[in-house]
Design a protein. Structure first.
Ligand code: FAD
Length: 276
């Protein structure tokens, strides 16, 4: 058995984007993923696109997973969505709190992802494999690293089956997180989330907002390449392949790729790892 792989997509906004993602998925299926997941816009945006993309993945004979956020949602609306997911034949969800878009009204009836996990288990028993988010470098809104670990453990206690991490480039943070989580009794697989490096500005901006740190040496190298996209890509492939190799050698339970709806960087990393 090879290392289990999973691929994450976001719902395309245009027919051209949908056609491109269709082609990207076919290319990535050659790596025989365990499942492919689709992100969900907290607070309403893009949710129809998520369902359409997940349905396409299921229709293509692959295991699909829908991300599912609870912020701003009512129990009734979550119940309705769960019935819809079931009717689609979906067996896997990534259960999240999400972040409300600015200007959005109330928080809704779920405060944290742990509340959503508990609700899904109460409503649907073991029907769904439930993934939750893990933050080896601590979620940006957490009161402290320890409080964030407790919050993660609460999600596992509420019924999570496994976890996917925020992306990271510092393996020590990941291993420490997994050790500490296990000490708190949160003994489910924690799959590293892997972000291929394909562009500089987007990555640096995104990392600042989501609780992931770009180490100084990587940041400076990327800044030094300026607009030289080919050098950024070549450097990114080396760094991320090395990261995956270290994680694989340490026995991680799988690798989850944030594909950004592109196949080439992921396939090249997998080829270099002999996993493609
Ligand atoms: P939670 O686990 O609820 O944690 C949120 C914050 O609350 C943390 O700071 C935590 O420490 C704190 N907290 C939790 N419980 C308590 C408590 N009892 N008391 C005090 N503090 C507490 N966003 C999307 O909108 N759509 C997506 O599809 C999506 N997919 C993602 C996939 C992955 C793998 C990851 C890592 C993130 C994803 N996100 C997505 C982003 C995510 O929604 C945000 O990071 C969000 O801010 C937190 O969601 P969560 O489920 O981790 O929340």
């Amino acid at each position: 058995m090879g290392l289990p792989l999973s691929f994450e997509f976001f719902p395309p906004k245009t027919p051209e984007g949908a056609a491109k993602l269709h082609a990207v998925r076919q290319q990535l299926y050659s790596a025989k993923p365990e499942f492919c997941s689709v992100t969900y816009g907290a607070g309403g945006s893009t949710q129809d696109g998520t369902l359409q993309t997940v349905q396409a993945i299921l229709d293509e004979g692959q295991q699909g997973a829908s991300h599912f956020t609870c912020v701003g949602a009512s129990r009734e609306s979550v119940r309705d969505k769960l019935a819809l997911f079931k009717s689609m034949g979906l067996r896997r969800l990534v259960a999240l709190r999400g972040d409300l878009p600015s200007g959005y009204g109330g928080m809704g009836e779920f405060r944290y992802a742990a509340d959503l996990v508990a609700f899904i288990r109460a409503e649907t028993g073991d029907h769904f494999h439930l993934e939750v988010a893990a933050y080896p470098e601590t979620h940006p809104q957490a009161k402290s690293a320890q409080a964030d670990l407790q919050a993660y453990a609460a999600k596992v206690k509420a019924g999570a089956s496994s976890a996917i991490t925020q992306f990271f480039f510092n393996t020590d943070a990941y291993f420490r997180f997994v050790d500490d989580a296990y000490k708190l009794g949160a003994e489910v697989p924690v799959v590293p989330g892997i972000m291929p490096i394909t562009n500089s500005a987007g990555l640096l901006r995104f990392a600042d907002s989501c609780g992931a740190e770009i180490p100084r040496w990587i940041r400076l190298r990327l800044q030094g390449y300026g607009d030289d996209v080919e050098s950024i890509k070549a450097f990114g492939l080396d760094v991320v392949t090395e990261l995956c190799d270290q994680l694989r050698n340490a026995g991680v339970p799988g690798l989850h790729f944030y594909t950004m709806n592109q196949s080439a960087p992921v396939l090249e990393i997998l080829r270099r790892l002999d996993l493609g």
